[in-house]
Design a protein around this ligand. Structure first.
Ligand SMILES: [Zn+2]
Length: 48
């Protein structure tokens, strides 16, 4: 799997996600996702 660097739209942190998820709106942490008024918080950041 390849990782793509993304920037969290809430806090501006950079984080990495699987490229398959890279076109989705993602947040660096669950907290940011919730702050954004989040959809479902199940896809957050990268799975080890
Ligand atoms: Zn964030």
């Amino acid at each position: 799997m390849r990782l793509i660097e993304k920037i969290c739209p809430v806090c501006g942190n950079t984080f990495e996600v699987d490229e398959k998820l890279a076109d989705r709106k993602l947040y660096c942490t669950l907290k940011c996702c919730l702050q954004a008024g989040g959809e479902r918080p199940e896809k957050v950041g990268v799975q080890a």
